[in-house]
Design a protein around this ligand. Sequence first.
Ligand SMILES: C[S@@+](CC[C@H](N)C(=O)[O-])C[C@H]1O[C@@H](n2cnc3c(N)ncnc32)[C@H](O)[C@@H]1O
Length: 247
Amino acid sequence: MIDDKVLDANRRALDNVQGWVGDQIHHIVDFAGKLHKEYSISGAIAEVGIHHGALFFILISIATGNEKCLAMDIFDDQHLNVDKSGKGSLATFEGHLANVFPEKRNSVDIWKVDSMSLSPTDLRERLSGQRVRLFSVDGGHTVAHVINDLNIAQDNLTPFGIVALDDFFGYHWPSVTEGYFRYMEFHNRRLAPFLIFQNKLFLTTFSEHEIVLKKYREYIDILFGEELHHKWKYSMLSGFKVIAKDK
Ligand SMILES: C[S@@+](CC[C@H](N)C(=O)[O-])C[C@H]1O[C@@H](n2cnc3c(N)ncnc32)[C@H](O)[C@@H]1O
């Protein structure tokens, strides 16, 4: 049932690339691909915070045709990594791209940039106007970074687009959770959370929240059926219904 391309990218990424990706996250990515296909959504795939690319390679496995794949990180400008979250390396990322994912070499745009210096319009220009359908927020983990990066994501997202926020409710990075709640209170215009899973919070666009939640729930039911009733539950977050899985 899972797309072979996603399964293969997940295996290659987890076997070869150091990172912190949950072992089931590829299912969520796979279903984003299926959902977007069903609703004829196309768009770029982007991540802020690449480190060595583990998650990025899984995300871009669903890219098709002219969809841009944008990798943003300060990379070796680590003096800009104010809270020491991960440690990007351009040489390591490029090495994995060349040796582990050579078929993606020509479709990845590597942008060495401090996301704190970006506006949503800067990203739009970099993508030549293409909106983003899958956006991972995993750069700096301070409150300010989270607010900034979610703002950039919301202004560039397609309808049905999905944002993954890393380290949500993570004990080591409470500032991510704090940043999320501040963002929701003071800055949010169109994002709605729908899933908490393997250290990440997933959000989609406000108008499509209900349908995305329903579709993911059905998919999760098929995937994890047996454990559904004791490990998954519906909860409320920021006024939105979400599906949440306990550890
Ligand atoms: C936790 S790591 C990313 C992990 C990666 N997504 C993965 O799954 O393997 C955080 C990354 O964010 C980068 N970073 C930190 N501050 C940043 C900023 N202001 N702008 C862009 N990237 C930043 C770091 O260099 C590091 O590579």
